[in-house]
Design a binder for this molecule. Structure first.
Ligand code: T3D
Length: 263
């Protein structure tokens, strides 16, 4: 017989917001293969469900996620480390970056290794004051994965990115906010109410435009100014004739609240 404690990922809905909770609290929600499979599948289901307009990712217990389960990788039948990254962390990071709805990380406690990079790969990161971020890889002779080498310098600049990655410094949530690594740090008791309100706000917005904004900003990192401007024009041309933009403009002119339905 199974209960919630046997399930590596929990899924719940509140209105248009789907919350996915990493659920291995005894091992600080570190990644095992079953948790990888469950998380990927939960994200796929959220992406495929039209009524879901925002996803929240959080952790059960006192941690967000402690990265790879180090007991699993040292087991005799463990897959080679390179395979783990290629087959699990890389597809997971790409899946988050391509979600058709905004994704918010509600970082309830420590986020270490791939867990830290899973969090900062989300569109918005809100962390509890007692949470922390640790690029734990260097301590065990590895490089940042799950998108860390791409995300960190873009978010905080090369000096801080290398500082965090080389020293594995435990960054408090308030320091992470000050450094620009995350969107917001809030008192512990306000984490979930803040995230729920933010998620409901995003879910009521023109989700297609929000996602296009993420994709355009990520793509622009590798483009010249001229190419980025051209891409903005291409996206704007498509969005401007889509139902949500028409609704937004009509609602503004009519001085009424807009109702966005596109996804
Ligand atoms: O092969 C590869 O690894 C490729 C993939 C790499 C991706 C990665 O994510 S590499 C980085 C892996 N993660 C880490 O190195 C972090 C390891 N954990 C820690 O450094 C600390 O646990 C924390 C700083 C996150 C939290 O410290 P603290 O003092 O609050 O908790 P704790 O006592 O260390 O841990 C509590 C329990 O969780 C403990 O189990 P126990 O003794 O109560 O039975 C501990 O063993 C377990 N735990 C924490 N992290 C992991 C873990 N068990 C397995 N794997 C973990 N990553």
């Amino acid at each position: 017989m199974s209960d919630a404690s046997d399930v590596p990922v929990l899924v719940g809905d509140a209105g248009a917001v789907r919350t996915i909770t990493l659920n291995r609290p005894k091992a600080l929600n570190s990644f095992t293969l079953p948790m990888h499979h469950s998380l990927r599948s939960a994200l796929e289901q959220a992406a495929a469900t039209p009524s879901v307009r925002c996803v929240v990712l959080t952790g059960a217990g006192r941690a967000f996620c402690a990265g790879q389960d180090l007991a699993e990788v040292t087991a005799p039948d463990a897959p080679p480390v390179g395979d783990l990254v290629a087959e699990h962390y890389k597809p997971l990071a790409l899946q988050i970056s391509r979600m058709p709805v905004p994704v918010i990380a509600a970082v309830n406690g420590v986020a270490a290794g791939a867990g830290a990079n899973l969090a900062i790969g989300c569109d918005l990161v809100v962390a509890a004051e007692s949470a922390s971020f640790i690029q734990a890889f260097s301590k065990i002779g590895l490089v940042p994965d799950c998108g860390g080498t791409w995300l960190l310098p873009r978010l905080v600049g090369r000096a801080h990115a290398l500082g965090l990655a080389l020293t594995a410094h435990k960054l408090s949530a308030s320091q992470a906010q000050a450094m620009g690594l995350i969107w917001q740090c809030v008192p512990d008791a306000e984490l979930m109410p803040t995230v729920q309100a933010l998620a409901a706000q995003l879910a009521a917005m023109p989700v297609k435009a929000l996602v296009a904004t993420r994709l355009a900003m990520d793509a622009a990192q590798g483009l010249s100014l001229e190419a980025a401007l051209a891409e903005e024009g291409r996206l704007q041309a498509g969005l401007a004739v889509a139902p949500d933009s028409q609704e937004g403009i009509a609602a503004f002119l009519a001085k009424r609240a807009p109702v966005f339905t596109d996804r």
